[in-house]
Design a binder for this molecule. Sequence first.
Ligand SMILES: [Zn+2]
Ligand SMILES: [Zn+2]
Length: 52
Amino acid sequence: MNEATKTCDHDGCGCRIPVSRDYCSESCRMAAESQNVGGACECSHAHCQQRH
Ligand SMILES: [Zn+2]
Ligand SMILES: [Zn+2]
């Protein structure tokens, strides 16, 4: 079974997560809820540590 995925709801995060979830990690959820947009993603996933 292939589970559908999407990108994390935190704008600064590019992690792919199951559609049943909103964020890839607690740090992304807290960042988004505190409106800390534009900041670096702190989920520590390798995909996000390389900033453009
Ligand atoms: Zn991330
Ligand atoms: Zn994330």
